[in-house]
Ligand binder design. Structure first.
Ligand SMILES: [Zn+2]
Length: 93
């Protein structure tokens, strides 16, 4: 699916990621930008949420520090889960 991040569009999909990575994203000025999520995240909705936020933060803020992105994504995902966010079925990708 196409998603908009900070005014630009990325193709977000499940796909192969480097070993040990849950996801990655292309840089904002790259043509046909993609955000790729590891397929095994379909089974772990909190980690899917965390990783989606993480990669979207990188997409919209490529100068952001990895530790900042990592901490913020986990904090946001935990807060959303805490206020009741749930994926009703499997992801729509
Ligand atoms: Zn990262």
């Amino acid at each position: 699916m196409l998603v908009t991040v900070h005014g630009k569009r990325w193709q977000m999909q499940f796909g192969r990621t480097p070993t040990g990575w849950y996801g990655f994203c292309d840089t904002p000025n790259q043509p046909k930008k993609r955000i790729i999520l590891r397929p095994s995240l379909r089974k772990n909705h909190q980690l899917l949420l965390d990783t989606t936020i993480h990669e979207m933060l990188h997409a919209g803020g490529p100068i952001l520090d990895e530790d900042f992105v990592d901490t913020m994504a986990t904090d946001i995902a935990r807060a959303l889960i805490k206020i009741g966010w749930r994926l009703p079925s499997g992801p729509n990708l």
